[in-house]
Design a protein around this ligand. Structure first.
Ligand SMILES: *Cc1c(COP(=O)(O)O)cnc(C)c1O
Length: 468
């Protein structure tokens, strides 16, 4: 055995204790750390030359800490509002460490409880969101892969409707399925590209006035024009900019007269259903054929974890089965994940999900959702008191979109640079209509109204400095 490996085997406890100290210092320092690292070109040290003689774990850990720790963002902290970035609850973080220690391959092979725990975690998530008991789920790395998986099953369904097994025969010679959406997330287009359906296959339908939700009457006309050809409808349950929801119940009613697969992208918006106050936003979702929901966003499980739910296990198995003499044969069993998703070897990413749901239960996760929504509404209220700012959209749930009252894009960009350098809070940028905006997505279990006060004070200071 290599001398460093032999020594590290002896020193394993010390190595893990060293990693623990680094994690502890980082987590305790989150509140003081700038929200983002603010890297410029060349800031990140170059450690690409492979060591000829490996010095062992302690030296590598030290090197990483010395060279790169100060280049980390505070994204698990309470004032990182960029994109849709969840934190990690204590229970899910602890479980994630154990996933590495246990290093199980989460496949159904009678040699580990991992797939059984995954099935339990998914079922508890389904209960949390009050979704139908006959749905099964599969853990994947994120909503992008969940959309890919759901649309792969949708593609198989479209083929079946035309008397064709796409998983076996491919798409050759088939009329391309028509795919409709209102405000589809970019990952839907990426999934269509990966699936050979093509980004251009997506027909963007008209939206309701001043909304990101699709106009269901336009969908109805579009479906009628298909004359019975199978279609896929990609509905949004929580758009990234304004957290708008398509009217799932109205879309579901169209299923009585039209043939389509309903895929719902509920990446973060689905978690609203954890709260009795907000569950109505997802009314009608039980008619969906496949549903995407992220665990690493509003459920606050560390990266990476999402779930694809579907009521069509046999079609899912047709697409993802993986025959090999050295593997157990594909069977349509709910936790036979090797045959139900895009991966072969799989991280046990369900354990953090299981742990957070066991630790905080229905009321704990509902409380995070409700506190985050309250913080977003509060942030919207304080922004409305500041004459130099304007709310760019009503605060529908947990995202606040705002801009400068005078709509000056260049001034907004300068304000954004100043905010990033100041470091109290991180907002990401977006566009609404033809206006540049800043977005605050509040989805971290740590965030309270006090964080909104601190963030707003910093925002005002930056406005003072930038717009004197
Ligand atoms: C974040 C997001 C995605 C992509 O999710 P990843 O987990 O980053 O792959 C897809 N759809 C919506 C609505 C999202 O918010």
């Amino acid at each position: 055995m290599h001398s460093s490996l032999a020594r590290d085997r002896e020193d394993l406890d010390d190595i893990l204790a060293q990693a623990f100290r680094h994690a502890q210092a980082y987590l305790h320092g989150l509140d003081q750390r700038p929200a983002i690292a603010g890297l410029a070109e060349g800031d990140v040290g170059d450690t690409t030359a492979l060591p000829e003689s490996g010095p062992g774990a302690a030296a590598a850990l030290d090197e990483f800490h010395r060279e790169f720790e100060h280049h980390l963002s505070a994204s698990p902290g309470s004032r990182y509002f960029g994109f849709v970035t969840g934190g990690a609850t204590p229970a899910s973080l602890a479980a994630d460490w154990l996933v590495g220690a246990y290093d199980q391959n989460a496949q159904l092979n009678n040699d580990t409880c991992a797939p059984h725990i995954e099935a339990q975690a998914i079922d508890m998530l389904r209960q949390l969101l009050d979704w139908p008991a006959h749905w099964n789920g599969t853990c994947v790395t994120g909503a992008t892969m969940a959309n890919f998986t759901g649309l792969a099953i949708a593609r198989q369904w479209c083929g079946r409707e035309l008397g064709h097994d796409i998983a076996a025969e491919g798409l050759h010679g088939l009329p391309p399925p028509t795919i409709f959406a209102g405000s589809a997330h970019s990952s839907t287009l990426k999934a269509l590209a990966m699936l050979g359906l093509g980004r251009n296959a997506l027909h963007a339908l008209p939206l309701l006035p001043q909304r990101e939700a699709l106009d269901v009457s336009a969908l109805e006309s579009a479906l009628e024009a298909l004359n019975g050809a199978p279609a896929i409808v990609c509905a949004s349950a929580g758009t990234v900019n304004t957290v708008d929801y398509d009217d799932l119940a109205a879309i579901a009613r169209l299923k009585q007269r039209h043939r389509f697969w309903l895929h719902v992208d509920a990446a973060f918006g689905g978690i609203a259903a954890a709260s009795n106050q907000h569950r109505h936003l997802l009314e009608g979702i039980e008619a969906a054929d496949s549903v995407t929901v992220d665990a690493h966003k509003w459920l606050n499980v560390p990266y990476d974890c999402a779930v694809l739910f579907t009521a069509h296990l046999p079609l899912q198995l047709q697409v993802f089965q993986n025959h090999s003499p050295y593997l157990p044969p594909p069977r349509a069993v709910v936790n036979n994940y090797l045959h139900l998703g895009p991966e072969n070897s799989r991280r046990w990413r369900a354990l953090p999900l299981w742990m957070t749901l066991r630790a905080y239960g229905r009321d704990g996760h509902a409380e995070i959702v409700e506190r985050n929504v309250d913080a977003a509404r509060y942030f919207g209220e304080v922004i409305a008191t500041e004459p130099r700012l304007r709310l760019a959209a009503p605060v529908r749930l947990n995202v606040v979109c705002f801009g400068l009252a005078d709509n000056d894009d260049a001034k907004l960009a300068a304000l954004k640079r100043r905010l990033d350098a100041e470091g109290t809070a991180y907002f990401s940028t977006s566009r609404l209509g033809d206006q540049a905006i800043l977005r605050a997505a509040i989805c971290n279990w740590r965030t309270t109204r006090a964080d909104i006060d601190r963030s707003f004070a910093a925002l005002r200071d930056c406005l003072d400095a930038e717009l004197q």
